[in-house]
Design a protein around this ligand. Sequence first.
Ligand code: NAI
Length: 239
Amino acid sequence: MSRSVLVTGGNRGLGLAMARALAGAGDKVAITYRSGEPPQELVELGCLAVKCDITEPEQVEQAFKEVEDAHGRVEVLVANAGINRDTLLLRMSEEDFSTVLETNLVGTFRVVKRASKGMLRARTGRIVLISSVVGLAGSAGQANYAASKAALVGFGRSLSRELGSRGITCNVVAPGFIDTDMTRELTDEQRKVIMEKIPAARYGEPDEVAATVRFLASEEAAYITGAVIPVDGGLGMGH
Ligand code: NAI
């Protein structure tokens, strides 16, 4: 396979693992990053790094142009970029809420809409949205984040219905607690409480999420769309 793949927020954490996995499968991978320099590892893998804040429409348009010039229209989009601003409801400002929604939901809408243009024309494509177990189960102190991640399920399933007959699949991956910068912010006490609820009794590895994304992006997954796939060690069972 040598498809044009774009992973948003692919410079670190889960996105970096996804970029590595897809490049390893032979795809032409582009990633977006927001600041600093993209990791040397990606440069060595031959990945294209484009600077882009998904909350800025012009930057999204510019990033797609750069990717299309280098690799052709985007055939696989992994909408991975996301943020959290955790706090209890009464302490949650309007800005805490809207910033998280603006990035995780509206930013995802923006990149998906832009990628879908080329996919519709080609009558083929793969869209993978990165949600979270807390979008399905809820989480105290994460009302903004959980709302944004739950919204991706309705968004993705609507797109599955809208785009399915054009050979485009849209699936949602719902990771549990994966060892990345995002979860390293948790206190030891929070980690202990969470660990007790995970049947697999460990945090997940970024590569385990990446393997699921790689499968959903593959030919073999052509008949899977509108699915919400947990990669959570059993944490979200029943949701
Ligand atoms: P991370 O914080 O290491 O990486 C997030 C990436 O998103 C970074 O590359 C960052 O630059 C990018 N990003 C954030 N805001 C952006 C914006 N406005 N424009 C462009 N890029 C932006 O986090 P991690 O853990 O790798 O998370 C990746 C995705 O997986 C996120 O959507 C997160 O919500 C989700 N997730 C993570 C879990 C975990 O346990 N680490 C669990 C469930 C979901």
